[in-house]
Ligand binder design. Sequence first.
Ligand code: NIG
Ligand code: FE
Length: 403
Amino acid sequence: MPVLKNISTLYTCPFEGAQSDIGPVEGAAIAWSGKTIEWAGREADLPETYQNEPALDAGGNMVIPGLVDCHTHLCFGGWRPDEFEMRIQGRSYLEIAKAGGGILSTVKHTRAASEDQLFDKASRLLDKILQNGTTTIECKSGYGLSTEDELKQLRVYKRLADKFPGTLVSTFLGAHTFPPEFKNNRAGYIDLIINEMIPAVAQEKLAEFCDIFVEDSAFNPDEARKIFEAGKKAGLHPKLHADQLSSGGGAELAAEVGAVSADHLERISDEGISKMAGHDVVGVTLPIASLYTQQPYLNCRKLVNGGVKVAVATDFNPGSAPSYDLPLAMMLTCNHGRLTPAETLKAATIYAAKAINRHETVGSIEPGKKADFLVLDAPDVNFWLYHYKGASVVNKSVAGIYS
Ligand code: NIG
Ligand code: FE
């Protein structure tokens, strides 16, 4: 039963309270047994039972829950550095996509790769992601766009989940865009998603969520409604890429279909904010995508003021967000999203866990939760996100394994 002592400040990040309530405890200790936290509080109050247990030293550093990246596209073939250069030279994300780049370029490379090749690549990335402090990760398909190739990506995630000490949650994103063979047959592709892909995903239990890119350039709200309905019948909970490049009623749709989260939202309407608040849909900001596509950032302050819980994620993918650095996304959320470091910490822990239905097991440091936390080389959360230098993880405990 290990005990971690000498923590300058422990941020427990309870689900309850406001976006800014991160439950700080000064001079703290944590005790856990196996994979589960048994006790957390002031070291001076450490119960008798733990006094003689082997003590680990946090070195006077701060401790937070393991970070939760609730939106990534981890498994893909190839990369797209050429598009990075093109955007710098002034071509837009949409222009590049229309010229055959964008998502479809990654679809080509993902289709050409074997499951083992994709697994090896994603596995190497996941090791680095864990080192950077992300202990829970959501991973989407969406670069296959055929039944076999979507299943291939999701099977990679299943294999990764089995070996990952943290938590990996999978999302089916067959409705990412229309593949070339259905370019002139939208209804045909939607039929394929509904009648073939979703049943196959459900049968192999390969995903928990069904995500859709709702956008002028992708799926419209009517098409999305049909797909969500089929997904729900198969036990897949709705999630959305919404209001990123155009204000197309994505946030409103998220509320209507009872989505767990709506992500991007840079062009959300006031109506969308109030509907999301009313239906407790988490708003996920993805500032690395804004950074790399030279697009406006989401004003997260507006969402918090409107009663929406805000989470932050990387959107890691080879096109619009080629970085898996969640602390970078957090720093951008402070500077451009206008959330304080405390609010941003809650966005990358318990609220991010809520966005993937894992808030009862991870995302906070409380008895009964998974022993999953990070010791960071910083005196407090303000300093950590102000003096940005990557994750600064000194030690971590994932599933009770302290390293
Ligand atoms: O979340 N918006 C849609 N999908 C990704 C982009 C994927 C890509 O460019 O490959 C996103 O930004
Ligand atoms: Fe995305």
